[in-house]
Design a binder for this molecule. Structure first.
Ligand code: SF4
Length: 261
């Protein structure tokens, strides 16, 4: 039996370095779960007033239909492989609504939050790639987490990472060389709040963000519709401590935004 990835029109969904299927299946399951909950609620209310029943039924059907359109839009965008801002907005709304339910269902099924977030980030990156327009370097922001800095480094770095002596004990020096080489902006943030402040202050037109699953997930959702290309950090010494990142992936993402798709 041929692999699903061998079918050309399914390639947009199943290709890529990270699995995109999980988030689509989880969102679909969340939608079915909500529909079943709504049906149960209406059945329980069936002895109440007829008008109340009709109002509740109409509201539930309208909400579920909108969510169905949102999830279908996401699938269509991945299948068609081209940008469509209207569908993207509906899809982003539906994902924001259904994601917490999908996350709970995954937990019940023994699937970790990180796996679902990785899948979401893969889908997000795919959509960002589809609509990437050539950007001026000054409008492109590279957002880096504080945990990339060597934990024993005696130098205090500001938001622009000024203060790094590029001693080679961590990757900050190489990352700053990339920033200078491409002329892009950089923000070195100690947490999600500072990262959001940096985005609000610098007003970039696109962002390459490095972080863990949780921070990337919230950052991408909260800054929508700003295109944010997410790159997961490596954590060989555990979370938030001497983390690392694949420099080739960062360079590829910067080039994507500078040259366009
Ligand atoms: S490269 Fe920069 S941030 Fe990293 S340890 Fe050296 S001085 Fe500190």
């Amino acid at each position: 039996m041929p692999s699903l990835t061998a079918i050309p029109w399914l390639e947009g969904i199943f290709s890529g370095e990270m699995n995109k299927r999980l988030v689509l299946v989880a969102l679909g399951a969340a939608l079915v779960f909500l529909a079943a909950s709504a049906a149960l609620m209406l059945w329980l209310l069936s002895k109440q007033s007829r008008i109340l029943q009709l109002l509740l039924a109409a509201s539930a059907v309208a909400l579920l239909a909108a969510l169905f359109v949102g999830v279908s839009s996401l699938v269509l965008l991945l299948l068609w492989n081209r940008p469509w801002p209207f569908l993207e907005r509906i899809a982003a709304w539906a994902v924001g609504f259904l994601y917490p339910v999908a996350q709970k269902l995954c937990q019940l099924g023994g699937i970790g939050s990180d796996s679902l977030a990785q899948s979401f980030i893969a889908v997000n990156n795919r959509l960002v790639k589809l609509k990437a327009e050539p950007s001026e370097p000054g409008k492109l922001l590279l957002l880096l987490p504080h945990c990339l800095q060597w934990s024993q480094c005696p130098h205090k770095l500001n938001l622009d990472a000024v203060g790094c002596k590029r001693c080679g004990r961590c990757q900050l020096g190489e990352l700053l060389a990339l920033v200078e080489n491409y002329g892009v902006r950089v923000a070195f943030a100690t947490g999600g709040t500072l990262a959001r402040q940096a985005v609000a202050q610098l007003k970039p037109s696109c962002v390459v963000a490095v972080a863990c699953e949780r921070d990337l997930l919230s950052g991408i959702m909260e800054t929508s519709p700003l295109p944010v290309y997410g790159i997961l950090n490596d954590r060989p010494q555990g979370p938030c401590h001497n983390t690392q990142v694949d420099l080739a992936k960062i360079e590829e993402a910067l080039q994507l935004f500078l040259k366009g798709r």
